[in-house]
Design a protein around this ligand. Structure first.
Ligand code: IPE
Ligand code: IPE
Ligand code: MG
Length: 254
């Protein structure tokens, strides 16, 4: 089945994208970047960009849900982002709570499972309480799983997995030779989820910034200069369209 998307671009040329609905990525991961620069271009404080970025989250979550994507992982706050000015960190945490409170009904109605990856116990109490509440109330939904990456770091995630496994060795529950990829995966935050098929990074940067380091082994990368507050569902469709035209070989020959 194909679905036709029509996009008006800046020179108002009509561009059509035909998405193959039988090849929608199962797992899309997005590094939501460029909020600060978007605000700066408007002579506004960085926090203004973060507020605008929340509007994009709404649109993209809805679109992914409608397209039948199973997992959407949004990089919202990295383990390194604590080094930002306190005012900015506080605003990001407030926006998270507001987002969960304002969007909960709609997300639940749309059958979305709200989940997080990262060490949320280090977030302000109100944030992890709100997240746990949302998780409890939506865990039996069967639609899109929305993974919010919060206080997330790919290296810490791998270190934690290694520690869990080392404990098992120490307690003589397993042997060193029992350790394999599956076991490492079992102790990652993303345990039980498929690896991201595509990682999208807007704002012109072309790096991972400590995102899903283990899981990205065979992900397709898609970059765009559009800053996150300006990112639209048409950009998402474009990314999926390009993804569908990539040749994923996984090291094999065809
Ligand atoms: C992404 O936008 C949001 C977070 C990292 C929380 P930035 O705040 O990194 O925006 P830029 O990259 O400075 O423009
Ligand atoms: C990555 O963006 C983290 C999030 C989007 C949450 P950053 O803006 O923090 O990454 P760098 O500093 O440009 O690598
Ligand atoms: Mg950034």
């Amino acid at each position: 089945m194909f679905k036709l998307f029509t996009k008006k671009n800046t020179i108002s040329k009509i561009e059509e994208k035909q998405l193959d609905m039988s090849n929608i990525p199962k797992h899309i991961a997005i590094i939501m970047d460029g909020n600060g620069r978007w605000a700066k271009e408007r002579n506004m404080p960085r926090t203004y960009g973060h507020k605008a970025g929340v509007e994009t989250i709404r649109e993209i979550v809805k679109e992914c849900s409608e397209l039948g994507v199973k997992y959407l992982t949004l990089y919202a706050f990295s383990t390194e982002n604590w080094a930002r000015p306190k005012e900015e960190v506080d605003t990001l945490m407030k926006l998270l709570v507001q987002y969960l409170r304002n969007e909960f009904e709609e997300l639940n109605k749309n059958n979305v499972v709200i989940n997080s990856i990262g060490d949320i116990s280090k977030l302000p109490k109100v944030c992890h309480e709100e997240l746990n509440k949302a998780y409890e109330k939506t865990k039996n939904n069967t639609g899109l799983t929305l993974n919010l990456a919060l206080n997330y770091g790919g290296r810490v995630e791998i270190v934690n997995s290694v520690k869990e496994i080392a404990k098992l060795v120490e307690e003589n529950k397993i042997k060193v030779d029992d350790i394999d990829e599956k076991m490492i995966e079992k102790y990652l935050y993303t345990s039980g989820m498929p690896d991201p098929d595509i990682i999208i990074r807007p704002s012109g940067e072309q790096r991972l910034s400590n995102f899903l380091l283990w899981q990205c082994a065979y992900s397709e990368f898609w970059y765009s200069d559009v800053k996150w507050p300006d990112f639209t569902k048409q950009n998402l469709v474009e990314a999926i369209f390009d993804y569908q035209n990539r040749d994923r070989r996984f090291g094999k020959v065809k």
